[in-house]
Design a protein around this ligand. Structure first.
Ligand code: GTP
Ligand code: MG
Length: 377
């Protein structure tokens, strides 16, 4: 049996990892390759997992711990997808996770190269976070909207992620003009001169073929290690409140405007976080109908306007809403905002919400299974 290719995709919360993996999976499937995905979250009920599963992509999830702290869990997922016949596996890290090269890529090369062949680590960069990491003083002529600055320890994680990348992919270029894109790429190339940097739009597909072509010919995957201060890294993860919830929404009548409800829910959370002046990592939601097809998704990567609600649902019956929120606030504060926003918009759209699960936490200190201090050849 041939070795299975494994590509890890990292990058901060909301950078577009899932969208990019979805686009890559479609392109690889179109060339006849069987593709699987491994998702990762600090707890269960991850929107990304539900989305891939609903779209028929073979998916496994490492939940409750990041890949680096549950390396055996990651390997179990890879083995299971390999047994299912997947030839390429795309693995998405938790957006607040860093030091992937030392804790995941090197151990994979060292211990599992008989079955898995590693592809380069791509770190997805949201251009908006470049301005945000500069603490609101963008140097570009036409600055992107700059949300409240990330906590400096969370910004440190963003820096480590870029430092250890084999490939830096500036995403969302559909939202940039050419000059701004060139400035973003130049800024990253100045900071990381040995790293390959390119632009793409995971959403429109622009640049995705060029990225995949680079991935195929990349010579030494996992070729960089970052110096990491685990105290700062732990603080950076710990400033984020984390909430995953599933609610069943029971319509009180016919013809519920599910799209309107999702938009109103996101807007209510945006408004509340904006009033509190807290920094959003990523708030994402997925809604599907128990007796229906399709799904609606929407997300918020900064206060001041979320994405439009995407997708469509057809059918009837109860809605199932999965919500994941990562915001620089306490878990209790996060729960309060999400519950209040859900109650108010369900009332407005004549739907009764029944919360099935709601887990709120702060990620604990990362304790990797392995941590290599040298590159495995
Ligand atoms: N305009 C634009 N939006 C994008 C692009 N890629 C992703 N997005 C949007 O950015 C938001 C976050 O995308 P995701 O793919 O969920 O990001 P992620 O990195 O997987 O997020 P986490 O898993 O929560 O860390 C969504 O609203 C996407 O639709 C892009 O190329 N262009
Ligand atoms: Mg994701």
């Amino acid at each position: 049996m041939e070795r299975t290719s494994v590509m890890v995709v990292g990058g901060f919360l909301g950078a577009g990892k899932t969208t990019l993996i979805g686009a890559a999976a479609l392109k690889l499937q179109a060339t006849g390759r069987r593709v699987g995905v491994v998702t990762n979250d600090q707890t269960g009920d991850c929107v990304d997992t539900v989305m891939f599963a609903r779209r028929g992509v073979p998916v496994r999830e490492v939940a409750g711990s990041c890949f680096c702290c549950d390396f055996p869990g990651l390997v179990t997922c890879l083995e299971s997808l390999r047994e299912e016949g997947c030839e390429v596996i795309l693995a998405e890290t938790v957006g607040s996770c860093a030091d992937i090269s030392a804790t995941v890529l090197q151990p994979l090369k060292d211990r599992h190269s008989d079955r898995f062949s590693l592809l380069p680590l791509t770190v997805v960069v949201d251009p908006m976070r470049l301005g945000q990491a500069r603490q609101g003083t963008p140097s570009l002529d036409r600055p992107l909207p700059v949300p409240p600055p990330l906590h400096e320890s969370a910004a440190y994680i963003v820096g480590v992620q870029r430092e250890e990348a084999d490939i830096l992919l500036v995403n969302k270029i559909d939202a940039l003009d050419g000059k701004l894109l060139r400035a973003c790429i130049a800024e990253l190339q100045d900071a990381h001169p040995r790293t390959r940097t390119l632009g793409a739009s995971a959403l429109t597909g622009e640049g995705v073929d060029e990225w995949l072509a680079l991935v195929r010919i990349f010579a030494h995957p996992g070729g960089t290690l970052a110096a990491v201060d685990y105290d700062v890294y732990a603080e950076g993860e710990g400033v984020l409140g984390w909430l995953n919830a599933v609610a069943v929404l029971r319509p009180e009548g016919e013809g519920t405007d599910w799209r309107g409800l999702c938009g109103a829910f996101l807007a209510a959370m945006d408004d509340a976080f904006g009033k509190e002046g807290v920094c959003i990592g990523h708030v994402k939601l997925l809604l599907h109908l128990k007796d229906g097809e399709g799904e609606l998704t929407a997300s918020l990567v900064a206060t001041g306007g979320g994405s439009p609600v995407k997708g469509a649902v057809t059918g009837s019956g109860d809605g199932v809403l999965v919500v994941n929120a990562r915001v620089e606030t306490s878990p209790e504060g996060l729960r309060n905002v999400v519950e209040t926003a859900l109650e108010s918009c369900c009332e407005a759209f004549h739907v009764e919400p029944v919360i099935e699960t709601m887990r709120c936490l702060r990620p604990g200190r990362p304790r990797p299974t392995w941590r290599y201090d040298a590159i495995v050849g």
